[in-house]
Structure formats: structure tokens, C-alpha cells
Design a protein around this ligand. Structure first.
Ligand SMILES: C[S@@+](CC[C@H](N)C(=O)[O-])C[C@H]1O[C@@H](n2cnc3c(N)ncnc32)[C@H](O)[C@@H]1O
Length: 372
């Protein structure tokens, strides 16, 4: 029996009798009904899985399922549709279409609620006394193209220290959709992107064609190690002082930053492992070919990066709210522009990786804009 047929049988025998979808649920009946609906939703998923052409609906099904199950009004509407699917074979396809529409509404609503929740938790944090000092960078964070709030922090750092040649180097750029240097690129900076995966570089060449064509962006595939990073950067024609270096390769970040000598960035952003709280100073042992395995075993603690930064002439000036990126400014530029002391204890932000759900208005498209 196909999944669809199996699900239809179950709707007919179970759902229509278990779910009192025409009447508002009473408090006592609510949890029974929720359980029955939740089961029915899973079965509806199975039914959709059996429908050719429903792949799009399926892709978002699991997440939406949870949203709908929590939303009573949608649950009732959902239940009605499932009953219609079960009892009216002729009307099934229009009922399923409507069901998919409701799924989309529920997904949008969940997304909006998520955004509100993220902004609330951010505001709560910023309301704490430690953020009263305007030198602390966290309050300047915002997202345009960066993964989280990095774009705003980077803007504030350069507002304080100024810019010189407006050149960046970024590696671990994925497809360029959530990088720390996209906003700078859009604003007229130029630079180099490196990533180990050719298909990501191919996507970048397509999505950032205007910037590549006008010579503002060079993007190359390269698997970076501590041994080859200086050569890779120099071969791209970048040497000496540049404004910005940003590193996010998810494992050997510490060792690769340590090995860079061919450029002298004024500002460095580097991913830290926030699960290792200060004062712990640890880093993964150097294994040149190793990449992230999806666990919290990666990179270096903030304290380890502070120590490395000091040895290279850099001072920690802040971390972002998500607890993913640490920002360093070269000692000769920092002066009294940033919050003291420049320690891991002072600037540490815990892992708030859920902040990665933060959106910046509509779906991002990186220009090109014209400066006026
Ligand atoms: C987490 S992603 C970076 C995401 C991006 N910075 C962002 O904020 O969304 C890590 C990227 O680093 C790349 N990568 C990992 N190890 C690398 C290495 N040794 N050399 C070059 N790229 C590497 C991966 O291909 C992947 O695109």
C-alpha cells in the first residue's frame, strides 16, 4: 500500500472521530485532541510524501509541524482540512493545496515570533549595567549580510579607528551569503575571499559577478593550512598593511592566524569557541587537514586567542552577541578608544548560537549599489 493510501485509511478510521474540529476544544479535551492532531499531522506528512510535486511543502514540513501544533487556531483549521482530505476523495487535492497554504502562514508567523524573541533577548542583555559604557561594542551590533550582529560591530570599530586602503581578506566564506566583509564590499572596499570548497567558490563567482568583474573581489578555492596561508595571500597580490582580516574555518583558525605574517591587518575578526569559558586557555591541536565535525570541539577559547593576539600585537576589543566572533585591533591603533581591560573575562559573550536566526529585513542581495 502506498504511503498516501495508508494515511488516508488512518484518517478515515481515526482522525474524523478523534478530532472535534468543528467545535472549539474544551480545556479537558485539549491535550487528547492535541495528541490526535499531532499524530494526524505526522500522517499528513506521510500523505504529502506520497504526492508527486509536494517536495517544497515537505522540505519545511517538520519545522512547521511544531509551529502548527502549538497554534490552536491553525490546529483547528488544519484538522478540518485533514477531515476533508479523509472524507472527500474528490476534494482531496484542493484541500491539500489549502493545507500547504496554512503551513506557509504558520511558518511565516513562527519566523516573525522568532525575530521578536531574538530582539527581546538582545534588548534585555543591552539593558544590563555592563552595557552602560559606550565603549563596549555589543550595542553597536547589527546584521546586514553577516551571520549575526558582526556588521554593526565592524562598522563601529572602523568609525573609531578610521580606514586606510579599505582592503579585506576573509577565509571560510562559504557561498558568501553570511560573511563579515560583504557589507564592506558593497560599500566600495576590495579584497580576497578563500574557501576550501570549489562549488562554493562557483556560487560566489555567480552571485558576486559584478564585484569580480569590476576587480573589487577575488575569490579562490584553496584548502588553507598554517603552512600555505602566507603564500596564498601573497599570490593573490595582497601584502603589508590592510584594514581587515576575518577568519572562520571552524577548526584550525588559531593556528592559521598564528602563521600569518605577510599582511598586517589593522583589525582581525576570528571565530572563538565560546563553550570554553574564560579563564580556560585551550586550542585544538594542529592537524592541517582536519575540519569541523559538527560538535563543540573546534577552534580556540577566547583566552587562548587573547594570548595569541597579544603575542602578535593585538588587543581584544569585543565579541559579538551570538558568542561566535572575537574582534581584535592592532595595539598602535587602539589607544583609549575601546573598553578596558582587554581581557577575555571582560569581553566574553556566551554561546547564543540561536542568534543565527536573526534576519535583516528581506532576503539579502548584495547590491551592487551606487554611492551618491
Ligand atoms: C562555518 S563556514 C563559515 C561561514 C561563514 N563565515 C558565515 O559566517 O556564515 C566554514 C567554511 O570554512 C570552509 N573551510 C573549512 N576548513 C577550511 C580550510 N582549511 N581551508 C579553506 N576553507 C575551509 C568551509 O568550506 C566552510 O565554507
Amino acid at each position: 500500500m502506498s504511503n498516501t493510501a495508508q494515511a488516508e485509511n488512518t484518517y478515515n478510521s481515526g482522525l474524523a472521530t478523534n478530532c472535534a474540529v468543528d467545535a472549539p476544544p474544551s480545556a479537558g479535551a485539549h491535550s487528547d485532541q492535541q495528541g490526535a492532531l499531532s499524530q494526524a499531522l505526522h500522517l499528513a506528512g506521510a500523505a504529502l510524501r506520497g504526492q508527486p510535486g509536494s517536495a517544497e511543502a515537505l522540505a519545511s514540513y517538520t519545522a512547521i509541524l511544531d509551529a502548527v501544533a502549538r497554534h490552536e487556531e491553525a490546529m483547528v483549521a488544519f484538522g478540518k482540512l485533514l477531515v476533508a482530505c479523509a472524507n472527500d476523495a474528490a476534494g482531496q487535492s484542493s484541500a491539500l493545496k489549502r493545507l500547504i497554504e496554512i503551513e506557509n502562514i504558520a511558518a511565516t508567523r513562527l519566523d516573525q515570533l522568532t525575530q521578536v524573541g531574538l530582539l527581546q533577548s538582545w534588548n534585555e542583555e543591552l539593558g544590563k549595567p555592563r552595557h552602560a559604557d559606550p565603549k563596549r561594542l555589543l550595542r553597536y551590533g547589527f546584521k546586514v549580510y553577516s551571520q549575526c550582529d558582526e556588521d554593526g560591530i565592524i562598522q563601529e570599530i572602523f568609525r573609531r579607528i578610521g580606514t586606510t586602503n579599505q582592503v579585506f581578506v576573509e577565509f571560510g566564506v562559504e557561498a558568501g551569503s553570511e560573511c563579515n566583509s560583504v557589507k564592506l564590499l558593497v560599500e566600495g572596499w576590495r579584497g580576497l575571499w578563500l574557501d576550501g570548497q570549489q562549488q562554493l567558490i562557483d556560487q560566489i563567482r555567480k552571485n558576486f559577478k559584478p564585484f569580480i568583474d569590476n576587480g573589487k573581489l577575488a575569490a579562490s578555492q584553496a584548502f588553507i593550512t598554517a603552512e600555505n596561508i602566507d603564500v596564498l595571500i601573497a599570490n593573490a597580490g595582497v601584502t603589508g598593511e590592510i584594514d581587515f582580516l576575518t577568519i572562520d574555518i571552524d577548526h584550525n583558525d588559531y593556528w592559521v592566524w598564528k602563521a600569518i605574517n605577510v599582511i598586517s591587518p589593522r583589525v582581525v575578526a576570528i571565530e572563538y569557541n565560546a563553550t570554553m569559558h574564560p579563564p580556560v586557555s585551550v586550542v585544538v591541536p594542529y592537524e592541517p587537514n582536519r575540519t569541523w565535525n559538527g560538535t563543540n570541539y573546534f577552534g580556540a577559547s577566547l583566552e587562548a586567542l587573547v594570548r595569541l593576539g597579544r603575542s602578535k600585537g593585538y588587543r581584544l576589543v569585543g565579541c559579538n552577541f551570538a558568542g561566535t566572533n572575537a574582534f581584535f585591533v592592532r595595539d598602535d591603533l587602539a589607544g583609549d578608544l575601546f573598553l578596558d581591560p582587554a581581557t577575555a573575562e571582560e569581553h566574553y559573550e556566551p554561546p547564543r548560537y540561536y542568534f543565527g536566526y536573526l534576519k535583516a529585513g528581506h532576503r539579502p542581495q548584495p547590491g551592487p549599489y551606487v554611492t551618491v
